[in-house]
Ligand binder design. Sequence first.
Ligand code: ADE
Length: 213
Amino acid sequence: MFPGTLGGGVVGRALERGIWSYDTINLRDFATDNYGSVDDTQFGGGAGMVMRADIIANAIDSVLKGKKKIIYFSPRGKVLDQKMAREMANISDFVLICGRYEGIDQRVIDEYEIEEVSIGDYILSGGEIAAQVFIDSCVRLLDNVVHSAESTANESFEIGGLEWPLYTRPSAWRGRKVPEVLLSGHHGNIERWRKEQSDDITKERRPDLIKID
Ligand code: ADE
């Protein structure tokens, strides 16, 4: 599953250039039986299997040396946003746990003070996609990954709302014209127009992003 989508685009190029790197380990290699079992039935009953604390702990111990943060991807976690991506991009070394089944034994979360991160209010069948979303959002904020620093500064969320509409050539297409102001060369007017557009779109689509002072 790795690098998966992280092998392409600017993040993939950064991987090739050694700006970031990763190792994967297979939890099954830490199983204590001959079948490679990593899960068991829940205490208290109920459907679904739980990943065992002892096996996850052995896997963590094999890679932990000096790493500052352990993250487990779970719908119960703090929801990833751009602010979290910025904070996480400053941390150099992580252990990321991708769960399967119902989840992992709570005791391993408590024992290692593992931070739970969610990528949104829906259920995925495993943490791998969440890990790739998380890594992508952090890596593209590292120096020399995205071409110009300005392109990350002007994006949705970084500007305090959603981004304005974007246009490129051709200037007329299927009878649809590019807004006149963008062709005017008047930087002050362009900036004003973009701010208005951004405010309107944010108000309409994501009023929750608007801060009331
Ligand atoms: N694993 C399953 N669902 C998830 C979610 N929404 N975010 C992170 N990890 C998950």
